[in-house]
Unconditional design. Structure first.
Length: 155
């Protein structure tokens, strides 16, 4: 499969790389197919590129890279989604959070820990959950001042 993107130009993908989001994402309900692209080798950041909107590419990361012990009860929230059958789906999951990197201030980057992307690894289906938990924020700081060495803004 070949797609054209604004950020990466033309990409050649295998259909098995596609992640389906039947409900889309809040604010992007028409984008229902995505692919994860490695940002740089050994980087904790990835791009979540929409296949339905060539302009939509979000930075994501695995939350435990920055907040060890981040383990909300995803199954509790997944069971509220009518089309998900937890007896079949979401047996093996992975989780990402969307990252916001302010222009010129990468040390102030935040992650949306209230709206994790939860993916079923076997079916390649994902949902963005809303976790009403006061332990987390949609603007959780990812970097402490002591971990800023070697951080540069990538555009």
């Amino acid at each position: 499969m070949k797609i054209e993107t604004t950020r990466f130009g033309e990409l050649h993908l295998d259909a098995s790389q596609v992640i389906r989001m039947p409900d889309g994402m809040p604010g992007f309900i028409d984008s229902k197919r995505f692919v994860i692209i490695q940002n740089k080798e050994n980087s904790p950041f990835f791009w979540y590129q929409s296949l339905d909107d060539p302009d939509l590419a979000l930075v994501i990361t695995e939350p435990n890279q920055f907040v060890p012990g981040y383990h909300p009860d995803f199954r509790q929230h997944l069971q509220t989604i009518s089309w998900i059958d937890l007896n079949v789906m979401f047996q093996e999951i992975t989780c990402y959070v969307v990252v916001n990197i302010p222009r010129g201030a990468p040390e102030k980057m935040t992650g949306n820990f209230l709206g994790p992307l939860v993916m079923d690894l076997s079916s390649r289906v994902a949902v963005q959950l809303v976790i009403p938990d006061d332990k987390y924020s949609h603007k959780t700081r990812l970097l402490s001042h002591t971990s800023l060495q070697g951080v540069t803004a990538h555009r």
